[in-house]
Ligand binder design. Structure first.
Ligand SMILES: [Zn+2]
Length: 106
């Protein structure tokens, strides 16, 4: 949980992620590991045993979030009613993991 009604993630191969300064503090529970900045507590990463080869990184924590192009909305069924989405990106009711999505097509 981030405490936010909206969050955005960059899913990358675990081996491709490099922290240049320190390592995140970890919180583990029920097959999920969340990484936090050990200095200020900002949420940094999300790892789940159901997709072990990937790590999700909060896009807002990247040095340059503008280099990321959004590809889809996930867990769209959980969206708060007052948040208006005005783009044409694909929308998944739940997770896009395990539903056969070829992300290279987006
Ligand atoms: Zn920090």
């Amino acid at each position: 949980m981030t405490g936010s009604v909206v969050t955005n993630w960059l899913g990358i191969k675990d081996n491709d992620l490099v922290f240049t300064i320190g390592q995140p503090a970890k919180f583990k529970d029920a097959g999920v590991t969340r990484g936090f900045c050990s200095h200020c507590g900002s949420s940094l990463t999300y790892e789940a045993t159901r997709f072990p080869e990937y790590i999700q990184v909060h896009i807002g924590t990247l040095d340059n979030p503008n280099t990321i192009t959004p590809r889809a909305h996930v867990h769209f069924a959980e969206k708060v009613e007052w948040f208006d989405v005005n783009d044409r990106l694909p929308r998944f009711e739940g997770s896009a993991v395990g539903v056969g999505v070829d992300w290279k097509k987006f």
